[in-house]
Ligand binder design. Structure first.
Ligand code: PXL
Length: 278
């Protein structure tokens, strides 16, 4: 089995089962060396909590990267999620250049919006910076809201395949390479993921659970990265990540008090089975 070294850049929400506290265990469970670069430290995530602390780590990024350059620390893959400030995008792009191994893969989850709205910390200036990061990546993992923001498309809650194909075409024209579009459902009780690569559209649909949970985007993206680095093709990695996310939600469903995240830890044995590692 391949052993890749991946750097994931996103925040530490100390409590709340998202970002780095999700990415590190999931990618490690897939068998990869997982280095982290925290973009900020928050007491909790920003969805459903109020009064959270926020320590911006933007200014630490260039010196961390410079130290790695001095120590010849390089990566096979980069995976970015929630970033702490607009300025970080320049630093992340710089890290993509300076700390990459040959043919390093850049995967960007533009974690900035959901349900038609930007997360509380972000504005259109941030969206414009995020465009630069997304269109320089090899693979992006937006949900429909994020994709619509990236290309200035109207956000629709109810849509058809034509709308989704239009959105994907607009992303491609803007410079996106492979797009894994999450949360795409055409029928009641179903949702799924579209993989759009070299103008080709493939769709994996699966059951939609009645309760939507916070943090599933991070669980999904982390499992996708882990599976992809195990050598799975994009579509297979997208499918494994979807099945793992559904399993994590099912492991949470019997506990109505658990609303801030999903019990992804309980589904890790299932993820390892799905990877079918030799
Ligand atoms: O799950 C995305 C995410 C990550 N980190 C922080 C967040 C959110 C979504 O709200 O607030 C701090």
């Amino acid at each position: 089995m391949s052993y890749k070294r991946v750097l994931t850049i996103q925040d530490i929400s100390c409590f709340g089962q998202c970002s780095l506290t999700v990415a590190l265990p999931i990618i490690s469970a897939c068998g990869h060396e997982t280095a982290i670069l925290p973009s900020a430290v928050l007491s909790t995530h920003t969805a459903g909590f109020s009064g959270f602390t926020f320590r911006d780590l933007t200014d630490d990024m260039p010196s961390i990267s410079a130290h790695w350059v001095k120590e010849k620390v390089t990566f096979d893959a980069f995976y970015t999620g929630y970033l702490g400030s607009k300025k970080q995008i320049d630093y992340v792009l710089d890290i993509f250049n300076k700390n990459a191994r040959e043919n390093a893969i850049k995967i960007v989850d533009p974690a900035m919006a959901d349900g038609g709205k930007l997360y509380p910390a972000f504005d259109m200036d941030y969206v414009n910076e995020m465009k630069r990061l997304c269109f320089s990546a090899d693979i992006i993992l937006p949900n429909i809201t994020e994709a619509a923001f990236l290309v200035g498309y109207e956000y629709k809650e109810i849509y058809d395949e034509q709308y989704i194909k239009g959105l994907l075409g607009a992303l491609e024209n803007a410079g996106a390479k492979t797009v894994i579009l999450t949360g795409v459902g055409y029928k009641e009780g179903e949702t799924g993921v579209v993989v759009y690569k070299d103008g080709e559209y493939s769709y994996y649909n699966h059951e939609k659970l009645p309760r939507s949970c916070h943090g599933t985007g991070d669980v999904y993206a982390s499992a996708f990265v882990g599976a992809l680095l195990c050598g799975k093709k994009e579509y297979d990695a997208a499918k494994i990540a979807a099945d793992y996310t559904v399993l994590s939600m099912k492991k949470t469903a019997d506990d109505e008090t658990h609303t801030y995240g999903v019990k992804f830890e309980k589904a890790i044995p299932g993820l390892i089975k799905m990877l079918d590692l030799k």
